[in-house]
Design a protein around this ligand. Structure first.
Ligand code: 2HA
Ligand code: ZN
Length: 273
């Protein structure tokens, strides 16, 4: 049986679509942002010869917990703007090596480039999310504009930030009842920021990077995009509210509890009065 064209696969098409939407939302200027999507062997097998390793790319962190797993990833230095028109140069299909010290390239990154510079944060976040949600498949990072701006003007205390976001849009507490986490400012691309992010990922699917952007996690590309879209919407509303003279009303704690009851979600304990 001949191989099917991977560019026609549902997972590459979805990656192309989402990166383009994110670019148009102005969240991924230049090479900003990165996405990794966990795939099963069954999903990738029709599209690529699993024994034909194009290159092995070393990683300098321990990815052993993900050994043998397949990921569709955005490339380092690549622009979300360009993914859709040229997936083969901007995306890569990789498998984590048995020793967990490298990734085996099966398709893409055609000009000799490497996976996203944020691979440590992504892989460590995948490990953390899988430990609490075996269905987690997506880690998504972008520079969501209003949320990024809000990290300069609002408290980064997790409870205070979460409560503010919940109180800006009625749907927020339903979409991210566990709230958002924050980490200190850390140099991107390092194992250190990966460790800090993944530690928080055990508790929340959203982790704010001050003066930089956001990390989101989820079971599907759509769900993860929707999660980031929702928190970014609240931050956008906050921007308008501040420009209009500041908050003169808010969704009350009692109303937030009513929403949680109605939609069957459990707000982070201790966050509502
Ligand atoms: O890949 O967004 O955080 C570019 C970035 C790094
Ligand atoms: Zn970034």
């Amino acid at each position: 049986m001949s191989m099917q064209n991977i560019v026609e696969s549902q997972f590459v098409k979805e990656m192309c679509e989402i990166t383009q939407v994110m670019y148009r939302r102005n969240w991924d200027e230049r090479n900003g942002g990165n996405i990794t999507l966990l795939l099963t062997e069954k999903e990738v097998a029709p599209y690529t010869d699993l024994t034909d390793i194009k290159r092995t790319i070393p990683v300098d962190f321990d990815a052993k917990a993900l050994a043998g797993k397949y990921f569709l990833v955005t490339g380092s230095g690549k622009y979300f703007k360009n993914v859709e028109k040229d997936p083969e140069h901007n995306l890569g299909l990789i498998r984590v090596s048995e020793q967990g010290n490298g990734v085996e390239l099966l398709w893409g990154l055609a000009d000799g480039s490497v996976p996203t510079s944020e691979l440590p944060s992504h892989f460590q976040s995948h490990i953390a999310r899988l430990s609490v949600d075996p269905e987690n498949r997506v880690i998504m990072h972008c520079h969501a504009t209003h949320l990024l701006a809000m990290t300069f003007t609002h408290s980064l205390d997790e409870k205070e930030l979460t409560r503010k976001l919940w109180k800006l849009c009625t749907e927020c507490i339903v979409v991210f009842p566990e709230g958002v986490s924050t980490i200190p400012w850390i140099v991107p691309g390092t194992n250190e920021i990966g460790e800090a992010t993944s530690e928080k990922m055990k508790e929340t699917r959203l982790v704010v990077w001050p003066y930089h952007g956001i990390y989101g996690a989820g079971q599907t590309m759509d769900e993860t995009f929707g999660l980031i879209e929702t928190v970014e919407k609240a931050a956008e509303v906050y921007t308008h509210v501040q420009a209009q003279g500041g908050m003169k009303a808010e969704i009350s704690d009692e109303q937030l509890q009513q929403l949680a009851d109605r939609f069957g979600v459990e707000p982070r304990p201790g966050y509502l009065d």
